[in-house]
Design a protein around this ligand. Structure first.
Ligand code: 5GP
Ligand code: ZN
Length: 132
């Protein structure tokens, strides 16, 4: 897609530090390095986000995410990792080419994903009825 920064990396119009590549996907180092070894896995075909990517591609991407997660943890000596995909601006998506973040973890304080307990304000049965 025109003007998409990740399509430009796939087409080698701009450089990327490529960790892994096959016919369907590309994995490369995230510029920000939110944690050491922060890597993005993306489909070579442009999809906006997880809601629009086709199922076969998604399944393949997650297989590669698992493989690279193990490889990165082992090579960098990480103790854990977060796997994350942001969908739409409200959730922090800034690049609208579907991508999965692999964030290796070395300590509890280097990255804040703050889950606040709102259980007091939620009726779980009412919620379940809405979702199902
Ligand atoms: P999002 O916020 O959309 O989930 O994540 C986009 C990510 O892409 C950010 O973590 C950002 O650092 C990364 N990013 C943006 N532009 C580039 C780029 O040109 N090269 C690389 N390697 N990463 C980028
Ligand atoms: Zn794209």
């Amino acid at each position: 897609m025109e003007n998409c920064i990740f399509c430009k990396i796939i087409n080698k119009e701009i450089p990327g530090k490529v960790v892994y590549e096959d016919d369907i996907c590309l994995a490369f180092l995230d510029l920000s390095q939110a944690t050491y070894g922060h890597t993005l896995v993306i489909p070579k075909k442009h999809y906006d986000n997880i809601l629009t990517v086709d199922d076969e591609t998604l399944a393949h991407l997650f297989k590669i995410v698992k493989k690279l997660s193990k490889q990165i943890m082992e090579k960098l000596g990480a103790d854990g990792l977060n796997v994350l995909t942001n969908t739409n601006e409200v959730a922090g998506q800034t690049v609208h080419h579907f991508h999965i973040h692999i964030l290796p973890r070395y300590n509890k304080n280097e990255l804040k994903i703050n889950f606040i307990d709102h259980s007091q304000d939620v009726d779980l049965d009412e919620l379940l009825n809405k979702i199902k």
